[in-house]
Design a binder for this molecule. Structure first.
Ligand code: HEC
Length: 123
């Protein structure tokens, strides 16, 4: 009688630990998947931000800084990332400069951040 009970308990434990193992494994798989989804969506988000930034640049900055960033009326922005931080580039857009208008009223904060981030990748 008691042996029987011990056997049953043993079988129950074994069965249970298997369930736990499956649970833990599937949790690990699920979290691994959702992690990779997260990095993918971040990459997509930054790719979209770059596209937005490039078209904003074309619309607002190209006339003075040239399509290839090499500069016309304004200086070349090709290596601006080595010279200015993103915050400093945003400050230039907000304050303007000698011969450059302020973009505070033309661009939102988010748009400026996108353009500054995109420009500062050019190092
Ligand atoms: C009307 C022409 C004009 C437009 C449009 C213009 N800029 Fe400029 N930008 C200039 C000039 C001129 C300077 C140099 C100012 C100086 O010498 O103080 C300059 C300087 C800068 C600088 C500082 C560069 C450095 O090396 O110090 C940055 C960054 C910049 N512009 C970014 C932009 C961005 C981003 C846009 C679009 C949102 C833009 N500019 C639009 C004319 C322009």
């Amino acid at each position: 009688m008691s042996e029987n009970r011990a056997e049953r308990l043993c079988a129950f434990m074994k069965g249970n630990s298997f369930v736990w193992l499956v649970l833990i494994l599937s949790l690990a798989v699920i979290s691994a998947c959702s992690n990779s989804e997260n990095t993918n969506s971040v990459q997509i988000a930054s790719a979209q931000a770059d596209e937005v930034a490039a078209s904003l640049y074309k619309k607002h900055c190209l006339s003075c800084h040239a399509a290839d960033l090499s500069g016309l009326v304004g200086p070349s922005l090709k290596q601006v990332g080595t010279k200015l931080t993103e915050e400093q580039i945003i400050a230039v857009m907000n304050e303007g400069a000698k011969g450059m208008p302020s973009f505070t009223k033309m661009l939102s904060k988010e748009e400026m951040e996108a353009v500054a981030g995109w420009l500062s990748k050019n190092e």
